[in-house]
Ligand binder design. Structure first.
Ligand code: HSE
Length: 429
Protein backbone atom coordinates (compact mmCIF):
# COMPACT_ATOMS: atom_id res chain seq x y z
CA UNK A 1 0.00 0.00 0.00
CA UNK A 2 1.24 3.50 -0.87
CA UNK A 3 2.67 5.48 2.03
CA UNK A 4 1.72 9.11 2.69
CA UNK A 5 3.67 11.33 5.04
CA UNK A 6 1.99 13.87 7.28
CA UNK A 7 3.23 16.32 9.90
CA UNK A 8 1.56 17.41 13.11
CA UNK A 9 2.15 20.92 14.46
CA UNK A 10 1.77 20.86 18.23
CA UNK A 11 1.54 17.81 20.44
CA UNK A 12 -0.83 18.75 23.23
CA UNK A 13 -4.11 17.16 24.16
CA UNK A 14 -5.54 16.84 20.63
CA UNK A 15 -2.18 15.90 19.06
CA UNK A 16 -1.93 13.01 21.49
CA UNK A 17 -5.44 11.92 20.52
CA UNK A 18 -4.59 12.01 16.83
CA UNK A 19 -1.45 9.94 17.41
CA UNK A 20 -3.38 7.34 19.40
CA UNK A 21 -6.16 7.05 16.80
CA UNK A 22 -3.69 6.67 13.92
CA UNK A 23 -1.96 3.90 15.85
CA UNK A 24 -4.94 2.08 17.27
CA UNK A 25 -7.15 2.20 14.16
CA UNK A 26 -4.32 1.81 11.66
CA UNK A 27 -5.85 -1.19 9.89
CA UNK A 28 -9.26 0.46 9.39
CA UNK A 29 -7.70 3.78 8.39
CA UNK A 30 -5.54 2.05 5.77
CA UNK A 31 -8.55 0.25 4.36
CA UNK A 32 -10.68 3.39 4.25
CA UNK A 33 -8.10 5.83 2.93
CA UNK A 34 -6.13 3.45 0.73
CA UNK A 35 -2.93 4.84 2.24
CA UNK A 36 -0.50 3.90 4.94
CA UNK A 37 -0.24 7.14 6.94
CA UNK A 38 3.14 7.91 8.45
CA UNK A 39 3.60 10.76 10.90
CA UNK A 40 6.94 11.93 9.57
CA UNK A 41 7.38 14.99 11.78
CA UNK A 42 5.85 16.53 14.89
CA UNK A 43 6.58 20.16 15.66
CA UNK A 44 7.04 20.76 19.40
CA UNK A 45 8.47 23.58 21.50
CA UNK A 46 10.73 21.34 23.57
CA UNK A 47 12.11 18.15 22.05
CA UNK A 48 13.41 16.92 25.42
CA UNK A 49 10.15 17.33 27.34
CA UNK A 50 8.92 14.18 29.17
CA UNK A 51 5.76 12.93 27.43
CA UNK A 52 3.15 10.33 28.37
CA UNK A 53 3.57 8.87 24.91
CA UNK A 54 6.98 7.67 23.81
CA UNK A 55 7.60 9.29 20.42
CA UNK A 56 10.45 8.25 18.12
CA UNK A 57 13.16 10.88 18.64
CA UNK A 58 13.70 11.45 14.89
CA UNK A 59 10.04 12.44 14.45
CA UNK A 60 10.31 15.44 16.78
CA UNK A 61 11.49 18.82 15.59
CA UNK A 62 11.38 22.33 16.96
CA UNK A 63 12.00 23.88 13.55
CA UNK A 64 9.01 24.46 11.23
CA UNK A 65 11.37 24.59 8.23
CA UNK A 66 12.04 20.85 8.66
CA UNK A 67 8.37 20.37 7.75
CA UNK A 68 7.84 23.13 5.19
CA UNK A 69 10.95 22.18 3.22
CA UNK A 70 10.25 18.45 3.25
CA UNK A 71 8.56 17.80 -0.09
CA UNK A 72 7.60 14.28 0.92
CA UNK A 73 5.17 15.64 3.57
CA UNK A 74 1.77 16.03 1.90
CA UNK A 75 -0.55 17.00 4.76
CA UNK A 76 0.06 19.39 7.65
CA UNK A 77 -2.17 19.00 10.70
CA UNK A 78 -2.20 22.26 12.66
CA UNK A 79 -2.93 21.68 16.35
CA UNK A 80 -0.97 24.54 17.90
CA UNK A 81 -4.14 26.58 18.33
CA UNK A 82 -4.34 30.27 19.10
CA UNK A 83 -3.60 33.17 16.83
CA UNK A 84 0.23 33.09 17.10
CA UNK A 85 2.23 31.13 14.54
CA UNK A 86 -0.61 28.81 13.57
CA UNK A 87 -1.89 30.97 10.71
CA UNK A 88 1.57 31.75 9.33
CA UNK A 89 2.56 28.06 9.36
CA UNK A 90 -0.61 27.04 7.55
CA UNK A 91 -0.02 29.63 4.84
CA UNK A 92 3.61 28.57 4.43
CA UNK A 93 2.56 24.92 4.25
CA UNK A 94 -0.06 25.62 1.55
CA UNK A 95 2.48 27.61 -0.45
CA UNK A 96 4.75 24.57 -0.18
CA UNK A 97 1.95 22.52 -1.79
CA UNK A 98 0.68 20.78 1.33
CA UNK A 99 -2.94 20.18 2.32
CA UNK A 100 -4.17 21.42 5.69
CA UNK A 101 -6.22 19.98 8.52
CA UNK A 102 -6.81 22.25 11.50
CA UNK A 103 -8.82 22.37 14.71
CA UNK A 104 -8.23 26.11 15.07
CA UNK A 105 -11.57 27.95 15.30
CA UNK A 106 -9.89 31.20 16.26
CA UNK A 107 -7.92 31.32 13.02
CA UNK A 108 -10.87 30.19 10.85
CA UNK A 109 -13.25 32.70 12.44
CA UNK A 110 -10.75 35.55 12.04
CA UNK A 111 -8.89 34.79 8.83
CA UNK A 112 -10.92 32.04 7.13
CA UNK A 113 -11.49 34.15 4.02
CA UNK A 114 -7.77 34.73 3.47
CA UNK A 115 -6.86 31.11 4.20
CA UNK A 116 -9.54 29.74 1.86
CA UNK A 117 -8.38 32.09 -0.89
CA UNK A 118 -4.78 30.92 -0.53
CA UNK A 119 -5.94 27.29 -0.46
CA UNK A 120 -7.75 27.87 -3.75
CA UNK A 121 -4.76 29.57 -5.34
CA UNK A 122 -2.43 26.82 -4.20
CA UNK A 123 -4.82 23.96 -4.99
CA UNK A 124 -4.58 22.90 -1.37
CA UNK A 125 -7.42 21.14 0.40
CA UNK A 126 -8.32 22.85 3.68
CA UNK A 127 -10.35 20.95 6.30
CA UNK A 128 -11.48 22.19 9.70
CA UNK A 129 -14.17 19.82 11.02
CA UNK A 130 -12.55 19.74 14.49
CA UNK A 131 -12.80 23.51 14.86
CA UNK A 132 -16.49 23.36 15.86
CA UNK A 133 -17.90 21.02 18.52
CA UNK A 134 -14.97 18.58 18.60
CA UNK A 135 -16.18 15.12 17.65
CA UNK A 136 -19.58 16.22 16.27
CA UNK A 137 -19.40 16.28 12.45
CA UNK A 138 -21.27 19.57 12.14
CA UNK A 139 -19.29 21.13 9.28
CA UNK A 140 -20.01 18.20 6.97
CA UNK A 141 -23.61 18.12 8.19
CA UNK A 142 -24.22 21.74 7.20
CA UNK A 143 -22.16 21.60 4.00
CA UNK A 144 -23.30 18.29 2.66
CA UNK A 145 -26.14 16.39 4.36
CA UNK A 146 -28.33 19.47 4.96
CA UNK A 147 -27.36 21.46 1.92
CA UNK A 148 -30.84 21.02 0.41
CA UNK A 149 -32.38 23.01 3.28
CA UNK A 150 -32.93 26.60 4.14
CA UNK A 151 -31.57 26.62 7.69
CA UNK A 152 -34.11 28.36 9.92
CA UNK A 153 -32.28 28.13 13.22
CA UNK A 154 -29.16 26.66 14.77
CA UNK A 155 -29.16 26.35 18.54
CA UNK A 156 -26.03 24.92 20.07
CA UNK A 157 -24.39 24.00 23.32
CA UNK A 158 -20.95 24.27 21.76
CA UNK A 159 -18.60 24.89 24.64
CA UNK A 160 -17.76 21.86 26.73
CA UNK A 161 -16.08 23.76 29.55
CA UNK A 162 -19.03 26.03 30.33
CA UNK A 163 -21.45 23.16 29.96
CA UNK A 164 -19.37 21.17 32.44
CA UNK A 165 -19.36 24.08 34.89
CA UNK A 166 -23.11 24.78 34.58
CA UNK A 167 -23.95 21.05 34.85
CA UNK A 168 -21.87 20.69 38.01
CA UNK A 169 -23.46 23.80 39.51
CA UNK A 170 -26.96 22.57 38.60
CA UNK A 171 -26.73 18.87 39.38
CA UNK A 172 -24.12 18.69 42.18
CA UNK A 173 -24.45 22.19 43.60
CA UNK A 174 -20.71 22.74 42.99
CA UNK A 175 -19.17 26.19 43.13
CA UNK A 176 -18.08 27.92 39.92
CA UNK A 177 -14.31 27.84 40.59
CA UNK A 178 -14.27 24.23 41.74
CA UNK A 179 -16.19 23.10 38.61
CA UNK A 180 -13.93 25.14 36.30
CA UNK A 181 -10.81 23.62 37.86
CA UNK A 182 -12.20 20.14 37.21
CA UNK A 183 -12.98 21.02 33.57
CA UNK A 184 -9.40 22.26 33.13
CA UNK A 185 -7.97 19.11 34.70
CA UNK A 186 -10.00 16.99 32.32
CA UNK A 187 -8.49 18.83 29.34
CA UNK A 188 -11.69 20.50 28.11
CA UNK A 189 -10.70 24.12 28.65
CA UNK A 190 -8.71 26.36 26.34
CA UNK A 191 -5.20 27.34 27.45
CA UNK A 192 -6.81 30.56 28.67
CA UNK A 193 -10.22 29.54 30.08
CA UNK A 194 -11.46 33.12 29.72
CA UNK A 195 -12.20 32.25 26.13
CA UNK A 196 -14.56 29.51 27.32
CA UNK A 197 -16.09 31.23 30.35
CA UNK A 198 -16.74 34.58 28.67
CA UNK A 199 -18.23 33.01 25.54
CA UNK A 200 -15.53 33.85 22.97
CA UNK A 201 -14.91 30.19 22.08
CA UNK A 202 -18.63 29.71 21.38
CA UNK A 203 -18.74 32.96 19.36
CA UNK A 204 -15.95 31.76 17.03
CA UNK A 205 -17.72 28.42 16.54
CA UNK A 206 -21.06 30.13 15.91
CA UNK A 207 -19.43 32.46 13.35
CA UNK A 208 -18.08 29.44 11.44
CA UNK A 209 -21.41 27.56 11.50
CA UNK A 210 -23.46 30.63 10.55
CA UNK A 211 -21.17 31.55 7.67
CA UNK A 212 -21.59 28.06 6.23
CA UNK A 213 -25.32 27.75 6.95
CA UNK A 214 -26.23 31.20 5.62
CA UNK A 215 -23.60 31.52 2.89
CA UNK A 216 -22.15 34.78 4.08
CA UNK A 217 -19.11 36.20 5.78
CA UNK A 218 -19.73 36.59 9.50
CA UNK A 219 -17.73 39.08 11.49
CA UNK A 220 -17.55 37.50 14.95
CA UNK A 221 -17.36 40.95 16.53
CA UNK A 222 -21.00 41.48 15.45
CA UNK A 223 -22.17 38.49 17.52
CA UNK A 224 -23.79 39.37 20.84
CA UNK A 225 -21.74 37.69 23.58
CA UNK A 226 -22.26 37.10 27.27
CA UNK A 227 -20.44 34.45 29.33
CA UNK A 228 -21.39 32.52 32.46
CA UNK A 229 -19.29 34.39 35.02
CA UNK A 230 -22.31 36.08 36.61
CA UNK A 231 -24.50 33.00 36.91
CA UNK A 232 -25.11 32.45 40.60
CA UNK A 233 -26.52 29.53 42.53
CA UNK A 234 -29.57 31.76 43.20
CA UNK A 235 -30.31 31.94 39.44
CA UNK A 236 -29.85 28.20 39.15
CA UNK A 237 -32.39 27.70 41.96
CA UNK A 238 -34.89 30.11 40.38
CA UNK A 239 -34.46 28.41 37.02
CA UNK A 240 -35.40 25.10 38.65
CA UNK A 241 -38.34 26.68 40.41
CA UNK A 242 -39.70 28.04 37.11
CA UNK A 243 -39.08 24.70 35.30
CA UNK A 244 -35.91 25.69 33.45
CA UNK A 245 -32.24 24.73 33.26
CA UNK A 246 -29.46 27.24 32.51
CA UNK A 247 -27.25 26.50 29.47
CA UNK A 248 -24.82 28.64 27.49
CA UNK A 249 -26.51 28.69 24.09
CA UNK A 250 -25.21 29.84 20.73
CA UNK A 251 -28.11 30.84 18.49
CA UNK A 252 -28.19 31.67 14.78
CA UNK A 253 -31.32 32.42 12.82
CA UNK A 254 -32.29 34.29 9.71
CA UNK A 255 -35.24 36.66 9.40
CA UNK A 256 -35.93 38.94 6.44
CA UNK A 257 -32.44 38.42 5.09
CA UNK A 258 -30.92 39.54 8.41
CA UNK A 259 -29.03 37.27 10.79
CA UNK A 260 -29.66 37.09 14.50
CA UNK A 261 -26.52 35.76 16.18
CA UNK A 262 -26.01 35.53 19.90
CA UNK A 263 -24.18 33.61 22.63
CA UNK A 264 -25.44 33.90 26.20
CA UNK A 265 -26.59 31.94 29.25
CA UNK A 266 -30.17 30.89 28.62
CA UNK A 267 -33.09 29.42 30.54
CA UNK A 268 -34.34 26.42 28.56
CA UNK A 269 -37.31 24.23 29.55
CA UNK A 270 -35.99 21.36 31.70
CA UNK A 271 -38.15 18.98 29.67
CA UNK A 272 -36.29 19.81 26.41
CA UNK A 273 -33.59 17.32 25.30
CA UNK A 274 -31.02 20.17 25.22
CA UNK A 275 -31.52 20.63 28.98
CA UNK A 276 -30.22 17.12 29.51
CA UNK A 277 -26.96 17.69 27.65
CA UNK A 278 -24.60 17.60 30.59
CA UNK A 279 -20.91 17.52 31.51
CA UNK A 280 -18.64 18.45 28.60
CA UNK A 281 -21.10 17.15 26.03
CA UNK A 282 -22.16 19.40 23.17
CA UNK A 283 -25.39 19.36 21.21
CA UNK A 284 -26.52 21.23 18.14
CA UNK A 285 -30.18 21.51 17.20
CA UNK A 286 -30.74 22.48 13.58
CA UNK A 287 -34.08 23.47 12.13
CA UNK A 288 -34.18 23.16 8.36
CA UNK A 289 -37.20 23.94 6.21
CA UNK A 290 -37.11 20.46 4.68
CA UNK A 291 -35.60 18.22 7.33
CA UNK A 292 -37.43 19.78 10.30
CA UNK A 293 -35.59 19.50 13.61
CA UNK A 294 -32.38 17.52 13.88
CA UNK A 295 -30.20 17.22 16.96
CA UNK A 296 -26.55 16.17 17.06
CA UNK A 297 -25.14 15.18 20.42
CA UNK A 298 -21.59 14.23 21.32
CA UNK A 299 -18.30 15.15 22.87
CA UNK A 300 -17.26 18.65 21.93
CA UNK A 301 -13.83 18.56 23.51
CA UNK A 302 -11.14 16.15 24.61
CA UNK A 303 -8.25 14.34 22.93
CA UNK A 304 -10.01 11.42 21.24
CA UNK A 305 -13.29 13.08 20.15
CA UNK A 306 -11.46 16.05 18.62
CA UNK A 307 -8.82 13.65 17.29
CA UNK A 308 -11.63 11.68 15.63
CA UNK A 309 -12.65 14.77 13.61
CA UNK A 310 -9.02 15.54 12.73
CA UNK A 311 -8.23 12.03 11.51
CA UNK A 312 -11.55 11.98 9.62
CA UNK A 313 -10.37 15.10 7.77
CA UNK A 314 -7.01 13.50 6.97
CA UNK A 315 -8.81 10.51 5.48
CA UNK A 316 -11.15 12.81 3.53
CA UNK A 317 -8.15 14.55 1.99
CA UNK A 318 -6.64 11.20 1.04
CA UNK A 319 -9.94 10.24 -0.56
CA UNK A 320 -9.95 13.72 -2.12
CA UNK A 321 -13.48 14.54 -1.02
CA UNK A 322 -14.87 17.98 -1.76
CA UNK A 323 -13.19 20.41 0.59
CA UNK A 324 -15.37 22.63 2.79
CA UNK A 325 -13.56 25.58 1.21
CA UNK A 326 -15.02 24.78 -2.18
CA UNK A 327 -18.51 24.57 -0.79
CA UNK A 328 -17.98 27.91 0.89
CA UNK A 329 -16.78 29.46 -2.35
CA UNK A 330 -20.06 28.40 -3.99
CA UNK A 331 -22.04 29.81 -1.07
CA UNK A 332 -20.14 33.07 -1.16
CA UNK A 333 -22.10 34.14 -4.23
CA UNK A 334 -25.19 34.52 -2.03
CA UNK A 335 -25.82 38.12 -0.85
CA UNK A 336 -24.13 39.55 2.17
CA UNK A 337 -26.35 39.31 5.22
CA UNK A 338 -26.44 41.95 7.88
CA UNK A 339 -26.31 40.93 11.56
CA UNK A 340 -29.17 42.40 13.60
CA UNK A 341 -28.32 44.72 16.48
CA UNK A 342 -28.84 43.01 19.81
CA UNK A 343 -31.38 45.66 20.86
CA UNK A 344 -33.68 44.53 18.02
CA UNK A 345 -33.67 40.88 19.12
CA UNK A 346 -36.69 39.46 20.90
CA UNK A 347 -37.01 36.77 23.56
CA UNK A 348 -38.67 35.92 26.79
CA UNK A 349 -36.66 37.02 29.83
CA UNK A 350 -35.96 36.07 33.43
CA UNK A 351 -35.17 39.15 35.51
CA UNK A 352 -34.12 39.15 39.14
CA UNK A 353 -34.21 42.27 41.29
CA UNK A 354 -32.92 42.96 44.75
CA UNK A 355 -35.38 45.30 46.47
CA UNK A 356 -36.56 46.72 49.77
CA UNK A 357 -39.76 44.99 50.73
CA UNK A 358 -42.04 48.03 50.93
CA UNK A 359 -45.70 48.50 50.01
CA UNK A 360 -46.18 49.43 46.37
CA UNK A 361 -42.91 48.19 44.90
CA UNK A 362 -44.55 45.35 43.00
CA UNK A 363 -47.15 47.69 41.51
CA UNK A 364 -44.52 50.30 40.56
CA UNK A 365 -42.35 47.70 38.85
CA UNK A 366 -45.26 46.11 37.01
CA UNK A 367 -46.42 49.54 35.85
CA UNK A 368 -43.02 50.35 34.34
CA UNK A 369 -42.91 47.01 32.51
CA UNK A 370 -46.45 47.62 31.25
CA UNK A 371 -45.66 51.12 29.99
CA UNK A 372 -42.73 49.68 28.01
CA UNK A 373 -44.81 46.94 26.43
CA UNK A 374 -43.25 44.17 28.48
CA UNK A 375 -45.84 41.64 29.55
CA UNK A 376 -45.19 39.52 32.65
CA UNK A 377 -45.87 35.77 32.77
CA UNK A 378 -44.99 35.16 36.39
CA UNK A 379 -43.49 36.78 39.46
CA UNK A 380 -41.96 35.18 42.53
CA UNK A 381 -41.06 37.06 45.64
CA UNK A 382 -38.54 35.69 48.10
CA UNK A 383 -38.19 37.53 51.38
CA UNK A 384 -34.65 36.46 52.06
CA UNK A 385 -33.49 39.04 54.58
CA UNK A 386 -35.07 41.59 56.87
CA UNK A 387 -33.78 44.52 54.82
CA UNK A 388 -33.89 43.29 51.25
CA UNK A 389 -35.64 40.67 49.18
CA UNK A 390 -35.68 39.18 45.74
CA UNK A 391 -38.24 39.59 43.00
CA UNK A 392 -37.95 37.24 40.03
CA UNK A 393 -39.95 37.88 36.84
CA UNK A 394 -40.55 35.80 33.74
CA UNK A 395 -41.69 37.89 30.78
CA UNK A 396 -43.48 37.13 27.55
CA UNK A 397 -41.52 37.65 24.35
CA UNK A 398 -40.25 41.24 24.37
CA UNK A 399 -37.66 43.22 22.46
CA UNK A 400 -34.38 43.76 24.26
CA UNK A 401 -34.90 47.47 23.77
CA UNK A 402 -38.14 47.39 25.77
CA UNK A 403 -36.54 45.30 28.52
CA UNK A 404 -33.58 47.68 28.77
CA UNK A 405 -35.82 50.76 28.81
CA UNK A 406 -37.92 49.21 31.58
CA UNK A 407 -34.91 48.32 33.69
CA UNK A 408 -33.44 51.80 33.34
CA UNK A 409 -36.60 53.15 34.99
CA UNK A 410 -36.93 50.32 37.50
CA UNK A 411 -33.46 50.90 39.00
CA UNK A 412 -34.45 54.49 39.62
CA UNK A 413 -37.20 53.35 42.01
CA UNK A 414 -36.25 54.13 45.59
CA UNK A 415 -37.23 50.62 46.72
CA UNK A 416 -35.09 48.79 44.12
CA UNK A 417 -31.48 48.14 45.12
CA UNK A 418 -30.15 46.39 42.05
CA UNK A 419 -30.96 44.40 38.92
CA UNK A 420 -29.13 41.19 39.82
CA UNK A 421 -29.71 39.12 36.67
CA UNK A 422 -31.18 39.35 33.19
CA UNK A 423 -31.21 35.97 31.42
CA UNK A 424 -32.90 35.21 28.11
CA UNK A 425 -35.28 32.29 27.78
CA UNK A 426 -35.41 29.98 24.76
CA UNK A 427 -38.68 28.07 24.59
CA UNK A 428 -37.97 26.35 21.24
CA UNK A 429 -41.41 27.25 19.88
N1 HSE B 1 -12.47 24.71 25.14
C1 HSE B 1 -13.31 24.12 24.18
C2 HSE B 1 -14.58 23.67 24.90
C3 HSE B 1 -12.62 22.97 23.52
O1 HSE B 1 -14.60 23.70 26.14
O2 HSE B 1 -15.53 23.31 24.25
C4 HSE B 1 -13.17 22.63 22.20
O3 HSE B 1 -13.21 23.68 21.32
Amino acid sequence: MEKVKIAILGFGNVGTGVWKILLENKKEIMKRSNYDIEVAKILVKDINKERDIALPREVLTDNIDDIINDESIKIVVELIGGRGEAKEYMIRAMKAKKHIVTANKLVIANWGKELFRIAKEENALFYYEASVAGGIPIIREINESLTANRIQQITGIINGTTNYVLSKMTIDGSGFNEALKEAQEKGYAEADPTSDIDGYDAVYKLAIMASLAYGTEVDHDCIYREGIRNISDIDIQYAKQFGYTIKLLAIAKEENNKLELRVHPTFIPSSHPMANVNDAFNAILIKGNAVGELMLYGKGAGALPTGSAVVGDIISILRNNVAPTEVKAANAKVDFKEVKKSNDNESEFYIRLDFKDKAGVLGDTAEIFGKNNVSIVSITQDVAHKTHSTLAFITHKSSEKNINNSLKKIVELESVNKVESIIRIESFN
